[in-house]
Design a protein around this ligand. Structure first.
Ligand code: ADP
Ligand code: S3P
Ligand code: MG
Length: 192
């Protein structure tokens, strides 16, 4: 469990969870926010609220570019607040414009193993429109290769080789954040 006085070390800076679809951002975000006493938001949920329909329908009716525009809009809104844990959608790293918002906070890459991601996606195959292809596993691996350089720009990387409970993962994420804070991130937090 993260102690409240420990959480103050963040000085209210937002935590942005990035990583591939099914890496566990939305699930972990709820747990991490609760332990930190931060508010939790999920950019996908906000996009669905703005659009008035589920993401698969939005992709089908309006296309990916329209989704990406809404994704940037909700991210911009969120970046004007503090003390938030924000679970982003897996493709948010693709737009340079989005990094101007992500860099305001601390970016945390949930680097889940490909096999773990695939097993999770098999349980819920229809939720990710971008995987509705003849060979979704090959599509997933192509996305991983394309996006890895973007995810690697995160302030903090947490490797997730196998299933781990949300509370245990929250503890691992917090330890990784503490280590990074000790190294100093002058552009994010006041170091004086
Ligand atoms: N720590 C975890 N332990 C067990 N199942 C998890 C964990 N994290 C995520 N999952 C499951 O994996 C799937 C994808 O998780 P989700 O949080 O939606 O990932 P993302 O937001 O990165 O796409 C969901 O079915 C979720 O229930
Ligand atoms: O990887 C992606 O491009 C996407 C990931 C999804 O979010 P999750 O990462 O929460 O699944 C959602 O934003 C949309 O389907 C696009
Ligand atoms: Mg999610």
């Amino acid at each position: 469990m993260i102690h409240p006085e420990e959480a103050e070390r963040l000085q209210g800076v937002n935590l942005y969870l990035i990583g591939m679809m099914a890496s566990g951002k939305s699930t972990l975000g709820v747990e991490l926010a609760a332990q930190l006493g931060f508010q939790f938001f999920d950019t996908d949920v906000l996009v669905e609220q703005v659009a008035g329909c589920p993401i698969p329908d939005l992709f089908a009716k309006q296309g990916e570019a329209y989704f990406r525009d809404l994704e940037t809009q909700v991210l911009a809104q969120l970046s004007s607040y503090t003390r938030l844990v924000i679970a982003t959608g897996g493709g948010i790293v693709l737009r340079p414009q989005n990094w101007s918002y992500l860099h305001h906070g601390l970016t945390i890459w949930l680097d889940a193993a490909p096999a773990l991601i695939w097993q999770r996606l098999l349980r819920d195959p229809d939720q990710r429109p971008l995987l509705q292809t003849p060979d979704p596993e090959a599509t997933l691996h192509r996305f991983m290769q394309q996006r890895q350089p973007f995810y690697a720009q995160a302030d903090v990387r947490v490797s997730i080789p196998s299933e781990i409970s949300p509370p245990q993962l929250a503890e691992q994420v917090w330890q990784a954040i503490r280590t990074r804070l000790r190294e100093g991130i002058p552009s994010k937090l006041n170091t004086c």
